[in-house]
Design a protein around this ligand. Structure first.
Ligand code: TXA
Ligand code: MG
Length: 343
């Protein structure tokens, strides 16, 4: 199949992309977090195509993308006051809510769960396409399963050219890491995946928020996890990622002692000079966690070469979106961290 490239600003883009969705095809769509691989979320055949194109395990449910919060009631029930307040504050934006789902949602989309994940993305052209298609759009991140998420149309094409009908090029994604997922389907609200909306912001609305254990550690192979996707080794480039914590100079000395030809260093812009001669890659500034989130996946992709054995990575300690960066790097590393006392 030929994959069409559509410019986000092109006059025909909304018409073509929404027609593909209505006809059961797949379109990669820009969002403020990462690119999504969109299909009609109410059409089991389209949803099966998404899984095929990604090479995604069938037990990993998809997020439904809507054009506005008014669509929630058609997809979910038992929507709490808190959930409505979260939608009011953070939508359109990088927040996904897990809620009890209506029976009309195909089990292909929910992987058989009785809940569904819903999000309203903050990208005008994508919301226009969803509105024009007239259906909720199921969209996982538009990467091959196990690869870092895609934050540019070029990355999408690298993974998906020939596998999907079209990609809408909206430029680089602003946030750069996937949305925050919060489970509001009953009991105490639970953070399943950190993202652009921070735990601090969620607590302002929810008061209580539990942090799922999959956020900070790799679940055991047989563990029952609340967000099925969290049990897979995600965001993983070919090399083994090893997080080196602690003060900049000590960490650099540790890496310099072990670095082998072909290894790679992923660090903060402020630390580049400490790794002279090792061709380090900076993914943002330590003082600016938004820049780290924005640059992380592009940097991991740039380092995703077969010959890289070890990627020594520096990881932010701060809160805010830094917490999401720490989670993604932790997952890429299988939560292998060299802590300060080992330096
Ligand atoms: O920012 C994002 O959320 C991006 C863009 C495209 O919107 N999408 C995204 O989708 O990251 P995906 O499929 O790569 O990750 C969705 C995660 C998976 O870990 C999945 O297991 C979880 O959401 N999920 C989906 N439905 C769920 C449900 N009903 N209950 C718990 N977790 C769910
Ligand atoms: Mg994904």
């Amino acid at each position: 199949m030929d994959t069409l490239r559509l410019a986000a600003g092109g006059p025909e883009t909304v018409r073509i992309a929404s027609a593909i969705l209505q006809n059961g095809g797949l379109v990669a769509l820009p969002t403020e977090t990462v690119y999504g691989l969109g299909g009609n979320g109410l059409d089991p055949a389209a949803v099966r195509k998404i899984f095929e194109a990604k090479g995604r395990p069938q037990d990993n449910p998809l997020i439904l993308h809507v054009a506005s919060a008014s669509e929630l009631d058609g997809l979910c029930h038992s929507i709490s006051v808190a959930a409505r307040e979260l939608a009011r504050r953070f939508w359109p934006g990088p927040l996904t809510m897990v809620l009890p789902c209506r029976e009309s949602i195909p089990r292909e989309t929910t992987a058989g769960l009785d809940t569904v994940a819903v999000r309203c993305p903050a990208c005008d052209v994508t919301r226009e396409i969803i509105r024009a298609a007239g259906v909720p759009v199921a969209a996982p991140s538009a990467n091959r399963s196990g690869k870092p998420s895609t934050t540019t149309a070029a990355h999408v094409l690298h993974d998906m050219d020939g596998r999907i009908n079209a990609v809408v090029d909206g430029g680089p994604c602003r946030v750069g890491v996937e949305s925050t997922i919060v489970d509001l389907s009953g009991g105490v609200p639970r953070l399943l995946r950190p993202g652009g909306v921070t735990p601090e912001q969620l607590r302002e609305v929810l008061g209580e928020l539990e942090i799922d254990q999959a956020v900070t550690a790799q679940p055991a192979g047989d563990a029952v996890v609340r967000a099925p996707g969290m049990k897979y080794k995600h965001y993983a480039p070919q090399g083994q990622v090893l997080i080196v914590a602690g003060p900049a100079e000590k960490a650099a000395a540790y890496v310099r002692k072990r670095f082998q030809p072909g290894d790679a260093v992923l660090c903060f812009a402020e630390e580049l000079s400490l790794y002279g001669g090792l061709a380090p890659t900076a993914y943002g500034s330590e003082r600016d966690p938004e820049s780290l989130a924005h640059g992380l996946f592009a940097a991991l992709r740039a380092l995703d070469r077969a010959e890289v054995k070890t990627i020594y990575a520096r990881c932010p300690e701060c809160g805010g979106v830094g917490y999401a960066v720490r989670n993604r790097l932790g997952k890429a590393a299988g939560f292998q961290i060299v802590t300060e006392d080992a330096l």
